[in-house]
Structure formats: structure tokens, C-alpha cells
Design a protein around this ligand. Structure first.
Ligand code: CDV
Length: 314
């Protein structure tokens, strides 16, 4: 039996440092309304969708950047997103910087939430694979200080929502097969994933021409190898002088891209996603129970970095 979710991948063009939360929320509301008019039940926004990608700047005092974080969700400027979602009966995934007070101290995370069609938060995810660096590196054309501004999250969960099993990830997570497999092992049928990816990779500029190829390669492989839909959504275009890739797309469990954005601005890509299409992959080639050999995979969790075999004796 088919189980359909009409999904809108809601790409955003650049958000400048001077743009207010209210201006950005207006753009998100326009996406919600258009997606609703086109019959969607779920809208997926990018990573850090409420602000510019602030980890590209260094501040000696980390608290100087606190204006870019949300202390509550919903908060005063974002409440309208939840109210509108409820009124329209449309859910959403939203990436944002989270400032939390837990266990007597302040924590900062790169976070995403999933909000149901009733305007209630279904689940929260904190980014596990934080890329970039923790110290100021002035030689770079721009900084990528996620390891400075955020603590890593600790888990990949899935939630029963929208008639299926949905998971969340953020940007650099998409490059790691473990991300998809941990959610695949919990039955994920759709993985929602927002990203901010510069075209230029300062430590490896020789990869710049391949940035879009790699973007699609990892998400298409993750979808196919786990028999799941993947919705990858960019913040794209030239943001504060940093050129970011677009490439927003919706990927079927076959690994095929079934909808994609064609610009680097605010744009929706829409697909009618039948969750039951996951079954033929999950029940055959990727029937995990039948074919996986976890007894051979111990190193995946025992070891972080590669350790080479000892050199051959002369
Ligand atoms: N926001 C990100 O996680 N960006 C990384 C960049 C630094 C490579 C990415 O994987 O796209």
C-alpha cells in the first residue's frame, strides 16, 4: 500500500549578517505558504536557516556571537512559523544554532528540529559531525569554526511521523556512511538534511570543482544503501562573499534524484514521496537482518582514525 508524503525541499539563497530574524522568517513563511498551495505536508529548510553562516567569522569572545543563537524554540521571532504551520496543517524541518542551559552550564549546538502538522515539535537533532577547526586560522579566505562555536551532538534518532519513520542530519553528516546506517538500522524511511557548503574548501582547493558531484554522490549512496528517501536542502549563493553550492534535491530509495532546484536563490523542489518504495530495497538487497555481518564490522565503533598495518620487515 502506498504511503505518500508530498515534500518541499525549501532552498534559501544567501542571508547576510545584517538581515534580521524577522526578515528571514518572512522568507520561510513564503516557502511554507507556497508549499501548502502546492499540496505539500512537509517543508525542509537548510542548516542554520535563521541567520547567516556565522562560523565563517572568528570572535575572540565566543559570546559575541550569541545573537546568532536561539534560546527558545519557538521563540518570539519564530513563533509565527509554528502558528502558520499549524494553521496550514504543514510540518517542517528547521536548522538553527541552539543555546541551551543544561546541567548548570551553557551549551551551544548546531541543531535541527522536526515540527508536525499540528505545530508541535516531534524531535530534535544536534549535529554529530562538526567540520572545520576550533582555532582561528587567518590564512583561510574565510573561517569554518564549527568546532569552536558548537559542541557535538551524541546520537542519531528517528521518529514516527508523517505516516513513516523519519530521521534528521546536518550538512557534514551527509558525507559519513555511519550517519545513514545508524538511522537505517532504526528503519528510517526519510532522512532530512540541511546544509551550508562553500564551493571552496580551503584545506583542499583541488576538490573545489567536485563540490557538487560529492554533494550528490554521498546523499544518493546513503539513500540507496539504506533504502530510504533523502531530502538535501542548501543555503546557496554568494553569502557575505563566500560562494556556496546549491544542489538542493529529493532522492528516492533507488538513489535517483527525483526533484531538484535549478537556481541558487529561494526556491522549492517538490516531490510526491511514496514511503512504501523503501520496502523493495529494505526487503531484498538491503535486508539488514538477512545480509549484514556486524561481527566483521567491530572496527567501525572501536577505532576512530585509520591505523596502517606494520611495515614489512626488510
Ligand atoms: N556546514 C558544513 O558542515 N559544511 C561542510 C563543509 C565545511 C565541507 C560540508 O560538509 O559541507
Amino acid at each position: 500500500m502506498s504511503r505518500i508524503i508530498n515534500v518541499a525541499a525549501a532552498q534559501l539563497g544567501p542571508i547576510e549578517r545584517s538581515h534580521s530574524r524577522c526578515e528571514v522568517v518572512e522568507r520561510l513563511l513564503a516557502h511554507l505558504r507556497e508549499a501548502h498551495a502546492m499540496g505539500c505536508q512537509l517543508v525542509v529548510f537548510p542548516e542554520l536557516a535563521l541567520t547567516t553562516f556565522f562560523p565563517r567569522w572568528y570572535a575572540e569572545d565566543i559570546a559575541e556571537m550569541d545573537a546568532f543563537y536561539e534560546r527558545q524554540m519557538p521563540g518570539p521571532e519564530t513563533q509565527i512559523l509554528f502558528d502558520t504551520a499549524k494553521k496550514l496543517g504543514i510540518g517542517f524541518y528547521l536548522g538553527y544554532a541552539e543555546l541551551a542551559h543544561e546541567a548548570g552550564r551553557v551549551h551551544r549546538y548546531n541543531t535541527a528540529i522536526l515540527v508536525g502538522q499540528n505545530g508541535e515539535i516531534v524531535g530534535k537533532y544536534r549535529k554529530v559531525h562538526l567540520p572545520g577547526h576550533a582555532a582561528h586560522e587567518p590564512w583561510r579566505a574565510f573561517q569554518h569554526l564549527e568546532k569552536y562555536y558548537f559542541e557535538p551532538g551524541e546520537r542519531f534518532d528517528v521518529w514516527r511521523a508523517f505516516g513513516g519513520v523519519l530521521g534528521m542530519a546536518l550538512c557534514n553528516d551527509r558525507r559519513w556512511p555511519e550517519t545513514y546506517r545508524v538511522m537505517g538500522l532504526q528503519g528510517a524511511e526519510m532522512i532530512l538534511l540541511g546544509y551550508n557548503t562553500p564551493v571552496h574548501n580551503p584545506p583542499a582547493p583541488e576538490h573545489d570543482d567536485l563540490s557538487m558531484f560529492h554533494n550528490h554522490l554521498v546523499m544518493q549512496a546513503g539513500a540507496y544503501q539504506n533504502g530510504t528517501w533523502v531530502v538535501g536542502v542548501a543555503k546557496a549563493g554568494n553569502e557575505a562573499g563566500c560562494e556556496m553550492i546549491g544542489g538542493t534535491c529529493i532522492i528516492a530509495p533507488s538513489g535517483e534524484i527525483v526533484a531538484a532546484c535549478s537556481t541558487k536563490g529561494d526556491e522549492l523542489a517538490i516531490a510526491r514521496c511514496d514511503l512504501s518504495l523503501c520496502d523493495s530495497y529494505k526487503n531484498t538487497t538491503f535486508n539488514f537482518e538477512r545480509h549484514r555481518r556486524p561481527e566483521a564490522y567491530g572496527l567501525i565503533t572501536e577505532r576512530r582514525g585509520a591505523v596502517l598495518p606494520a611495515p614489512l620487515a626488510a
